[in-house]
Ligand binder design. Structure first.
Ligand code: AVI
Length: 318
């Protein structure tokens, strides 16, 4: 399964298939995983440093303060299963607080990204077993054999509110799989963005610098390169909506004219004003997230927030 997940992330014909599947639907959509090519990853990194994008700063502040508690609860000799292997600052906050961690298992679809992250952590933690897994963490996955043999408690770590990019049903499925992987004594630390004032939410996804717009539009440039498409990115605009009923920010790309675009040899028609739905970012209250986690067999033992109550970090136990 690991090899398949890695291939899925890079195989051009697979990107064509994914693009066509979404663009021949009504309404049109594209999978948000396609955002993260090299350019998309650089743009996302810039997003995390924008004034308007509060989640990264708020979550880092929470983890800085709570890492000692997280470590005490996890116990000594823990295996850290890291579902957010992109965020090395947050990983280090947890890893540095743990008492003699036995292993660190970062999980990511990008082999190159994992290699770089693994090398940096291994350098600073001699003696730690570093066991990267190239996989899509939303699919079923196994821990490496060397890790399965370790007796220590397992601590899952899923920061960034990436869980908000999943539909609630998918989030429950992910949490159930994580419960199996981490075991009865396992714990899971999850970062979850909180529901708040609509204006602030919109500003976080439609920044005045236009970085999030560039991140969204980069999808079209990627399809031009990797899915034999001929999008004119200037004929589309970045749009952000708050869907109050479903409690989520939605990102779309709106066609500014009637146009026909060729994708993988197929004509795709757009009407002026029609959109491609590119991402959902669900927001929760402490209670609505605890309820979601309960459906997957987890109990929220702690829910920490930053001083402004912008963001939350849950400590889940089974
Ligand atoms: C990765 N994920 C949690 C980000 C979010 O906030 O939903 C992705 C993002 N999209 C636009 N800005 C950031």
């Amino acid at each position: 399964p690991r090899a398949r997940a890695a291939a899925a992330a890079t195989d051009p014909s697979d990107i064509e298939t994914q693009a066509l599947r979404g663009l021949t639907r009504t309404p049109k959509c594209l999978p948000p995983a396609l955002f993260y090519d090299d350019r998309g990853s650089v743009l996302f990194d810039r997003i995390t440093r924008l004034d308007a994008y509060y989640p990264t700063r708020a979550e880092t502040a929470i983890l800085r303060r709570r890492a000692p508690e997280i470590a005490t609860h996890a116990g000594s000799g823990a295996v850290l299963v890291d579902y957010g292997a992109g965020s090395s600052v947050k990983t280090r906050l947890v890893l540095d607080a743990l008492d003699r961690p036995a292993a660190w298992v970062p999980i990511d679809v990008s082999a190159g990204h994992l290699e770089r992250a693994a090398a940096a952590i291994a350098r600073d933690h001699p003696g730690l077993l570093v066991a990267p897994v190239v996989a899509d963490f939303t699919a079923a996955l196994d821990l490496p054999d060397a890790v399965t043999a370790l007796p220590g408690p397992r601590l899952g770590f899923f920061p960034g509110s990436t869980i908000g990019n999943l539909a609630p049903e998918e989030a429950v499925a992910f949490l159930r799989r994580a419960a199996c992987l981490l075991g009865r004594d396992g714990r899971l630390i999850v970062g979850v963005d909180l529901v708040k004032d609509e204006d602030r939410l919109i500003a976080a996804y439609d920044d005045p610098e236009g970085v999030t717009a560039a991140f969204n539009l980069n999808l079209l440039a990627r399809l031009n390169r990797e899915a034999r498409a001929d999008f004119d990115p200037t004929a589309f605009a970045h749009r952000v909506r708050w869907n109050a009923g479903l409690c989520r920010i939605e990102m779309h790309l709106e066609s500014l004219t009637d146009q026909v675009v060729s994708v993988a040899g197929r004509p795709i028609r757009f009407r002026a004003g029609e959109t491609i739905h590119t991402e959902n970012s669900h927001k929760y209250t402490p209670e609505t997230f605890a309820r979601l986690a309960r459906r997957a067999g987890w109990r929220s033992q702690a829910c920490w927030t930053d001083a402004a109550r912008d963001f939350s970090v849950h400590e889940l136990v089974q």
